[in-house]
Design a protein around this ligand. Structure first.
Ligand code: NAD
Length: 469
């Protein structure tokens, strides 16, 4: 048997033995996960620095603390979430009771990407444990220090019979996908998302796909440009632009574009100083291949890394350290290469459109984004954006912040993903809502539904039940 097969068998045995179902086990695991994060925060911060040059404050804010908050929310609500929900029954089957019971699915697989390698592996784990499942975790091989640290810590802190980490890349994941699983939760890109969905279809395994895409920003002249520019720069250049919900591109009018570019440039300077290459707050690109992909998106660059053409601000880069300066591209056309795929790096194109009508047309003509951001004080513009476009989320005035709200489902729509999690939605993703009906045999009121269908029954059903319904 392969590693994957042995692990899944061990986890299934624990699930079948009922080990993961008691509320006490679930709360103990969530509490242990919380302790892992708090007590070993320094180890995780170091690993995130090694993999992504992630600043320790940013690591806590955008990875560790987010999962701790998710755990606290789950621990505070778990008992109430697991209460059976009563449902009224129709007169025809009364007396009876109906309720919905949330039961765990079994053995679930969580596959994570490299960009927020702690948050995106452990946040879904909170929902999976709260729901009472056995869990296989597959961290990303492209964040190797974080993957190794998590494998070590999870093995030490969580129940080894019910929670396992399998490290590795495509081969390890392929082996896992061949196992009988009860749910697959995948965060990553569209290409691998299709591979996962295909493998899941073979065994009719339910799947959640947390994918990416191009998340647009609309900004008009009703807003405080300087604060808006800071928010955009913060969301875009955090983790060197490698954030699934980062603003991908900006749509604005030709009149506002020059002032906006100046304001975003000022914000970048305020965040990272004269030379972001020496800022301890600025990250690095995860791998050489990602770096090469991003540099190819810049308008021609010379051998010294200085851009030689195109309307560009920033753009300096250094392959040995995988440094790519926060970059703004102006006057970008929808046909340009950079507008064809998710950028996933610190390059911010500005696309000029006539007005909001044209911006909405642009958004609607493209795949549905994971997030859509708007900076406008106009109620009418906000209403139109909400009603006339579709996206995983809409946020007015603050990119990325919606994912910290436990009560908001986090997920995509169309090619940005299917399914959602966070808070109670996370528990539901990893649960089956079982319908339970209970009707006493006496009195046998169902006899009015038994054949033969006589006139008397017909009259009763039409008159009495019809009126009471
Ligand atoms: P990816 O799709 O390349 O990899 C994700 C996971 O799939 C990794 O664990 C990897 O080991 C595994 N994998 C890679 N090749 C595989 C194969 N052939 N078969 C099976 N498994 C395979 O994604 P990534 O590059 O790690 O992350 C970037 C993408 O993730 C971006 O598109 C981004 O938008 C998206 N993303 C989405 C979210 C979200 O919450 N919706 C969050 C972060 C990233």
């Amino acid at each position: 048997m392969t590693d994957a097969a042995l692990t899944v068998t061990r986890l299934r045995d624990a699930f079948d033995a009922g080990r993961t179902k008691p509320l006490a086990w679930r709360t103990a695991q969530l509490t242990a996960l919380r302790a892992l994060l708090v007590d070993h925060s320094a180890d995780l911060e170091q690993a995130l620095f090694d993999d992504l040059h992630k600043n320790a404050d940013e690591a806590r804010l955008t990875e560790i603390d987010i999962v701790v908050a998710e755990i606290d929310h789950a621990l505070g609500h778990l008992r109430e979430w697991l209460l059976p929900k009563r449902s009224p029954v129709p007169l025809l089957i009364a007396p009876a009771t109906a309720r919905i019971v949330r039961e765990p699915l079994g053995v679930v697989l969580i596959i994570a990407p490299w960009n927020y390698p702690v948050q995106l592996l452990l946040d879904p784990l909170v929902g999976a444990l709260a729901a009472g499942n056995s869990v296989v975790l597959k961290p990303s091989e492209l964040a190797p220090a974080t993957s190794a640290t998590l494998a070590r810590l999870v093995g030490k802190h969580l129940d080894p019979d019910a929670v396992a980490v399998i490290e590795g890349g495509a081969d390890a994941t392929t082996e896992l996908l061949e196992q009988r699983l009860d749910h697959i939760f995948f965060t990553g890109g569209e290409r691998v998302g299709r591979i996962v969905a295909r493998a899941a279809a073979e065994q009719l395994t339910p799947v959640t796909l947390e994918l990416g895409g191009k998340s647009p920003v609309w900004i008009d002249d009703t807003v405080d440009l300087h604060v808006a520019a800071k928010r955009i720069a913060w969301g875009k250049f955090m983790n060197a632009g490698q954030t699934c919900v980062a603003p991908d591109y900006i749509l604005t009018t030709p009149a506002l574009a020059p002032r906006l570019i100046e304001a975003v440039a000022q914000a970048i300077h305020g965040f990272y100083g004269d030379d972001p290459a020496v800022s301890h707050s600025y990250g690095r690109i995860v791998s050489d291949s990602q770096f090469d992909r991003l540099v190819a998106l810049l308008p021609e660059s010379g051998p010294d890394g200085e851009p030689t053409g195109g309307a560009v601000l920033g753009g300096r880069h250094h392959r040995a350290t995988r440094y790519l300066e926060p970059t703004i591209l102006s006057g970008v056309s929808l046909d340009d290469e950079i507008m064809q795929n998710e950028i996933f790096g610190p390059i911010l194109p500005i696309v000029e459109v006539r007005d909001l009508d044209e911006a909405i047309l642009v958004i609607r003509s493209r795949p549905k984004p994971l997030a859509l951001y708007a900076f406008t004080e106009s109620e009418e513009a906000r209403r139109r954006i909400l009603e006339d476009t579709s996206s995983g989320a809409v946020s007015f005035g603050a990119p990325s912040a919606h994912l910290s709200v436990a009560g908001l489902p986090f997920g995509g729509v169309g090619t940005s993903g299917m399914g959602a999690y966070h808070g109670e939605r996370g528990l539901l993703t990893f649960s089956h809502e079982k319908a339970v009906l209970s009707k006493p045999l006496h009195p046998d009121t169902l006899r009015i539904a038994y054949p033969p269908f006589t006139r008397g029954k017909d009259a009763f059903v039409r008159s009495v039940l019809g009126r009471l319904r």
